[in-house]
Design a protein around this ligand. Structure first.
Ligand SMILES: [Zn+2]
Length: 325
């Protein structure tokens, strides 16, 4: 474990926001804290596992490192289909195993993928996982496996060694770290799909963006929003300790300003199953109501979350970043 200073302003004055064990993946019994820098407001995990030890805090079935196959894909489609039918949700709500599976696949909100990638774009996916499967929120159509069918200049950065074995089939070149990328490669599009919160040194990444993004290039960053509704209810819901940073919009703005970058698009969003699964893991009075909620009531809760999202208090945020010229 290591204690660190604020990654943005180098201050060592901070207050503790919350303490928690790894309740989601149960990889250890250690207590981790999320602290807030008293100078710039950045929230980060402190103490935290150093980069040489972080591997052991990723459970072996951390979903985005695995391969996908036709059976998984059909299985997923069936559950998404069921979850969209209120009558079937009503029936299956009485069968606990089905209930859980349907809630897991609930996709009560859909919006278009916010980045347009052209066939000749030099594209970099940072924290790509194995490049197949569900790409977190966006679905398999935004995976590198899919992009590889029509774009042959895809690069990927992924620290997980196992993921590389699968990844190499779908990219021009993959790297273990941004430090390994050759000097002469520049990018039209860069994507960080829920990965920036996992890195040890975000300042290094923003410097990298500024240097390696082409003049009219664009970066898409999707990350949890620590200003979001659920984190205001309970900040310990963060995925500790593998989430090392707990960003708010203001923090991303700070990094951008320092590196002559600007935010060109910002949106927050929330999804209901996060409330259900958090209620099973975290002890919290507000979340308790979601333990026994019916699938259809949970779907209705999305209407409330839509209002929250419109106020930029959604639990995840999507940002596009460009050069500030
Ligand atoms: Zn700071």
């Amino acid at each position: 474990m290591e204690y660190v200073k604020c990654n943005f302003c180098n201050s060592s004055n901070y207050k503790i926001i919350t303490n928690s064990k790894d309740l989601i993946h149960n990889t250890s019994n250690e207590i981790f804290s999320i602290v807030e820098c008293l100078k710039c407001g950045l929230n980060f995990t402190n103490p935290r596992p150093p980069i040489t030890e972080i591997d052991k805090y990723y459970s072996s079935d951390y979903s985005f490192f695995k391969d996908d196959n036709i059976f998984k894909s059909i299985y997923r489609k069936i559950f998404i289909w069921i979850s969209e039918k209120d009558f079937l949700c009503y029936i299956f709500n009485k069968v606990p195993w089905f209930r859980k599976k349907i809630i897991f696949h609930l996709k009560t909100k859909s919006f278009k993928y916010p980045q347009k990638i052209k066939p000749d774009d030099v594209f970099l996916d940072i924290g790509s996982g194995s490049g197949v499967g569900n790409t977190h929120w966006w679905g398999p159509q935004e995976s590198l496996k899919e992009y590889n069918k029509w774009n042959k200049t895809i690069y990927a950065v992924e620290p997980n060694k196992k993921a590389h074995k699968i990844l190499k089939n779908y990219v021009l070149k993959s790297f273990h770290s941004i430090d390994d990328i050759e000097e002469n490669i520049f990018f039209d599009k860069i994507r960080l799909n829920w990965s920036l919160e996992h890195v040890h040194d975000p300042a290094k990444y923003f410097k990298f963006f500024s240097k390696k993004l082409k003049k009219n290039g664009e970066i898409l960053i999707c990350i949890p929003n620590f200003d979001g509704h659920i984190y205001r209810i309970d900040p310990s819901i963060s995925e500790l300790p593998v989430h090392l940073y707990h960003f708010k919009l203001k923090n991303i703005q700070d990094y951008c300003t320092r590196n002559k970058l600007k935010i060109s698009y910002f949106k927050t969003f929330s999804y209901v199953n996060m409330y259900y699964f958090s209620s099973l893991i975290f002890k919290n009075e507000y979340l308790n109501q979601f333990k026994s909620i019916s699938i259809n009531s949970l779907k209705k809760f999305q209407e409330y979350l839509d209002i929250v999202d419109d106020k930029n208090l959604g639990n995840d945020m999507i940002l596009k970043i460009r050069h500030d010229s």
